[in-house]
Design a protein around this ligand. Structure first.
Ligand SMILES: NC(=O)c1ccc[n+]([C@@H]2O[C@H](COP(=O)([O-])OP(=O)(O)OC[C@H]3O[C@@H](n4cnc5c(N)ncnc54)[C@H](OP(=O)(O)O)[C@@H]3O)[C@@H](O)[C@H]2O)c1
Length: 272
């Protein structure tokens, strides 16, 4: 089992859950300190920045050297880089996509030979943001929508060879993502022009209130870990698993209401 981004939040909870399920978990972390923290009986930390080609290659080598079949890879590592679209510098757009799209794809490519051998499973951690794009979340949602498409294509490519692909779609979860994302957002807001700051003052306020409420009311990461465990252990895994009522409702809404109605509902939800 491989879990990326296992130092905190959903990744950490997932590594622990899968270890409890009895699997040996290779847990990707980015620092020696995090490695020491996550190391446990069945949890083996490896240094893995998914945007670092040599570390992704080293992960594939580690997996190849193991006699046990690779049962699954959980693509969880992620960041949130958010600001109004016109005010988000291109380098920040790239940073969001480097981690949340290209890094995920690099890990999938590197582990595909092992997954094909074992007829293993790919579990991608998506987001409600990959189904509904709220204002102020363009880059994050862009990356998560992209991974929805990548997951669909991939599933249709590799299922004939026995490799399954599932997307986990959590709603709000209490993790460091909110606090880290908010720190990034504050830095980006500080870099906006005075005109942009005025133009987006209402959105900035709504963004802060919304993310704060996620931080307070979000689910525990262990609930997402349970869904990952299910996607890995169920005999016939579903293509998507929503986690939380917010995720279930938002995902369904996209099929039921028009864009204009959804615009109004999203704005009302954010208090805009
Ligand atoms: N929290 C939510 O409400 C929520 C909702 C839906 C979906 N999600 C998704 O869940 C996933 C996990 O997020 P989380 O909420 O658990 O947040 P988190 O606690 O901030 O965890 C993010 C993890 O990703 C790692 N990471 C960041 N950049 C990386 C890179 N370049 N290479 C490898 N690892 C990297 C972090 O490592 P470091 O500690 O080294 O930075 C950390 O382990 C993300 O994909 C996120 O989009 C979260």
């Amino acid at each position: 089992m491989v879990v990326t981004g296992a130092s905190t939040g959903i990744g950490r909870a997932t590594a622990q859950r899968l270890a409890t399920d009895g699997f040996h978990v290779v847990a990707g972390v980015r620092t020696e300190a995090a490695a020491a923290e996550v190391k446990a009986g069945r949890i083996e930390p490896v240094l893995l920045d998914i945007t670092d080609e040599s570390q992704v290659t080293a992960l594939a080598d580690r997996v190849r050297a193991d006699r046990r079949p690779l049962r699954a890879v959980v693509n969880n590592a992620g960041i949130a880089v958010n600001a109004p679209i016109e005010a988000l510098p291109p380098a920040e757009w790239r940073r969001q996509f480097e981690v949340s799209v290209f890094g995920q794809v690099a890990v999938i490519q590197a582990l595909m030979p092992a997954l094909l051998r074992s007829k293993g499973r790919i579990v991608n951690i998506g987001s409600t943001g990959g189904k509904v794009a709220m204002p102020g979340f363009g880059a994050y949602s862009g990356a998560k929508f992209a991974m929805e498409a990548v997951s669909d294509s991939l599933r249709r490519e590799v299922e004939p060879f026995g490799v399954t692909v599932a997307v986990i779609i959590p709603g709000a979860v209490r993790t460091k993502l909110t606090e880290r994302g908010n720190a990034t957002a504050e830095r980006l807001i500080a870099g906006m022009t005075p005109e942009q700051r005025t133009r987006y003052a209402g959105l900035t306020k709504a963004f802060r209130t919304t993310t704060e409420s996620w931080g307070t009311n979000g689910l525990d990461a262990s609930v997402v870990a349970d869904a990952v465990s299910k996607a890995i252990r169920e005999r016939r895994p579903r293509t998507r698993y929503t986690v939380g009522r917010d995720a279930a409702v938002m995902t369904r809404l996209t099929h039921l209401v028009s864009d204009r109605l959804l615009d109004r509902m999203v704005r009302r939800t954010m208090g805009l």
